[in-house]
Design a protein around this ligand. Structure first.
Ligand code: PMP
Length: 394
């Protein structure tokens, strides 16, 4: 019997490095839910159940609820995009969107190009759908369109089917990097030339610290892009609500796949998000999230500057948004080797190899600042620095 036996760690791995007690975790990428207006949300949920219980608690169709579409367009519009019901597919978060693309659009055995270091849940979803993964070529400015063309042509000449490129172009998990608009245009030109579809995974795009946004790939060519949107980082992940904005001819395939995966999206979650947006819009909540992450990131980056300096073995860039700081060891040491010392010092991080397709990027490590109590950040960095500057175990 064929079975999916690739038990490479996915999102559970960080836990291995935590030892209960007084551990400061820079590992898990959780949002800071302290900014949520809980009274407002609970009032709206209770109203929805009282007044619309039968509908809100019933199965619904595998379509994005009409009332939610303006709320989605209010988010997508901030990065220059717009969408309509015919292009939209409901998901229970982008993780399900990744699975739906892997199962509903790709065919088993075909090769997906993946921007790396990559969110491990994406690689895991494509693998479980039976796809082969190949790293997309990059240079110092990110995804490299000319090299990408060569790679696709070479893979195709070798007999491989290559139609999909996965990327997380804005405040990338784990690097925090954002692809320039010029690069986005070049990438899309190659995608058109080679008939590729781009999967744009964009949970963090609206979480810049300065409130600025970068034009989404989807905005530049909605017919070439399968856009994965989610409410997990701009509202709350516990609602498990997201969407796919896909080229119109692909939407029915994706819809059917999501229907097989879960029958129906949550009517209650969709209604709650629509009600929240109708009443409050997204602006205040986005501003609160941005302010929280800007402050936490500054605390972490300042502490890293103070503890690790700029001329030691560790290098990193100050992110301009998102959840993560990506450290790299200049001499290429595998950062798994510091994990034991980090655990002993009471701090955790995610080693870079976790974000490679086959162990690459082992010289990196991801720190997440989004959910660490402000007053614990400096202490956590100081523990981390003690672990990272200890003699490297052989
Ligand atoms: N893509 C990326 C890049 C992520 O970082 C995450 C979650 N951390 C997801 C997808 C999945 O998120 P969700 O299913 O909650 O939308």
């Amino acid at each position: 019997m064929a079975m999916w036996t690739d038990l490479r760690p996915t999102v559970e791995m960080p836990r291995l490095f935590e030892r209960g007690g007084d551990v400061i975790s820079f590992a898990g990428g959780l949002p800071d839910l302290d900014v949520l207006p809980l009274e407002t949300i609970s009032g709206q949920l209770s109203r929805l159940v009282r007044l619309g219980g039968k509908l809100a608690l019933q199965y619904t169709t595998p379509h994005v609820a009409k009332a939610l579409i303006p709320a989605i367009n209010d988010l997508m519009g901030r990065e220059g995009s717009a969408t309509t019901a015919d292009h939209l597919v409901p998901t229970q978060g982008s993780q399900m969107g990744l699975m739906a693309v892997g199962l509903g659009i790709a065919t088993p055995g075909e090769t997906v190009l993946v921007q790396t270091p990559a969110y491990p849940g994406a690689a895991a979803a494509f693998r479980i759908a039976g796809l082969a993964l190949h790293p997309a070529p990059e240079d110092a400015d990110g995804l490299a369109p000319a090299a990408l063309r060569e790679t696709v042509l070479r893979l195709r000449a070798d007999g491989r089917t290559v139609r999909l490129l996965y990327c997380n172009p804005t405040f990338q998990n784990p690097t925090g990097a954002t692809l320039s608009v010029a690069r986005r245009r070049e990438l899309l030109a190659v995608a058109r030339e080679l008939d590729l579809l781009i999967i744009e995974d964009n949970p963090y795009g609206l979480l810049s610290f300065d409130g600025g946004t970068t034009t989404a790939l989807h905005a530049l060519d909605p017919e070439r892009v399968i856009y994965l949107g989610t409410f997990s980082k701009v509202f709350a992940p516990g609602l498990r609500c997201g969407w796919i904005a896909a080229p119109e001819q692909l939407a029915p395939h994706l819809r059917r796949t999501t229907e097989v995966m879960s029958l129906s999206p949550s009517a209650l979650a969709q209604a709650a998000l629509a009600a929240f947006h109708t009443r409050a819009g997204w602006g205040d909540l986005l501003a609160a999230y941005r302010a929280s992450y800007q402050e936490r990131c500054a605390l972490m980056a300042d502490a890293l500057d103070a503890e690790l300096g700029t001329d030691g073995p560790w290098q990193w860039e100050r992110p301009r948004g998102g959840f993560y700081i990506w450290l790299r060891h200049r001499e290429g040491v595998d950062t798994v080797r510091f994990a034991e010392a980090a655990a002993e010092h009471g701090v955790s991080y995610v080693p870079g190899s976790h974000f490679g397709l086959d162990g690459e990027h082992a010289d990196g490590l991801r720190l997440c600042f989004s959910n660490v109590p402000r007053k614990r950040i400096a202490e956590g960095v100081s523990r981390l620095a003690a672990a990272l500057t200890a003699p490297v175990p052989s």
